[in-house]
Design a protein around this ligand. Structure first.
Ligand code: URA
Length: 278
């Protein structure tokens, strides 16, 4: 049976549920024909086994991987990209009554933010109800790259730039080396992959150059210069896939389903009120 014959619906039909190529096409892997070719080439696994043409899957239950990368196919998952304005908090509620990132996006289904930005920091934030992906993107040791633009109070000294690049001693330990370049007179472009509390501000403080304005302009593969402060949009299927790929590149070898399930629970917890003022 050829791949295209199966795509037209006359191939072998294994089990119940949706056809695998249809599910993959919905998840952004290309047309059903392209997805069929991927299956035929042995690039797709279902529950740890290479999938055959004609395979059907239950998106609620089955675990699908393409080229070794998890695919988010569960129905009901939503992914938003918000450009958080300064003054909005990343927690679900705020004792001071400031607007929250949760109130900036649709209230149903309930979502949580993937990591946090300080109230004073602007820029990109992902919100989702996909706890599994959240866990993999925010794993403390394997966080995805984040890029910031910082405006400093004063022009950075060369020694300060060197220190930021090599790692800075903070009260919670040394930072990992950062990619840092100067932008104009008092601007810095800084790329880090850790996600410590107020990390960029504390790093800049530590080298004697306090930040006066901070914006996150990229999260792994996600950037959007057209999204105005306060605006949000849904991620495209391609963007979700790129995030999955970034997370897969970062995942520690042992971070398998049990660890991810624990992450889901933690992420669900994060969706509840956490009035820490950020
Ligand atoms: N670093 C900071 O200092 N603040 C943020 O919000 C994010 C990174």
């Amino acid at each position: 049976m050829s791949a295209s014959a199966d795509w037209r619906g006359d191939g072998p039909d294994e089990g119940t549920g949706d056809r695998l190529q249809k599910v993959l096409a919905r998840a952004g892997f290309g047309s059903r024909r392209v997805c069929d070719d991927m299956i035929a080439a042995g690039r797709v696994e279902v529950n740890g086994e290479v999938a055959q043409l004609g395979r059907r899957v239950d998106p609620e239950v089955d675990h699908i991987r393409v080229d070794g990368v998890d695919v988010s196919i569960r129905p009901g998952l939503v992914y938003y990209l918000l450009n958080k304005p300064a003054g909005m908090v990343s927690t679900a509620s705020d004792p001071e009554g400031r607007p929250t990132v949760i109130s900036a996006v649709p209230s149903e289904p309930r979502v949580h933010s993937v990591g946090r930005l300080d109230a004073a920091t602007e820029g990109l934030l992902v919100l989702t109800n996909d706890g599994d992906l959240t866990f993999r993107l925010t794993h403390p040791r394997y966080g995805v790259e984040k890029e910031y633009l910082a405006e400093l109070a004063t022009r950075p000294r060369p020694a300060a730039l060197r220190a930021l690049r090599e790692g800075v001693e903070l009260e919670d330990g040394m930072t990992a080396p950062a990619r840092v370049s100067q932008v104009g007179d008092v601007g810095l472009r800084i790329v880090i992959h850790e996600g410590r509390n107020r990390q960029v501000r504390r790093m800049c403080d530590a080298v004697g150059h306090p930040v006066v304005r901070l914006a996150r302009i990229r999260i792994g593969p996600l950037a959007d210069r057209r999204l105005s402060p306060g605006e949000w949009r849904s991620l495209t299927a391609d963007e979700i896939r790129a995030l999955e790929e970034a997370a897969a590149r970062l995942a520690p070898p042992g971070a398998t389903r049990a660890e991810r399930r624990a992450g889901e629970r933690r992420a669900a917890e994060r969706g509840k009120a956490n009035p820490d003022g950020r």
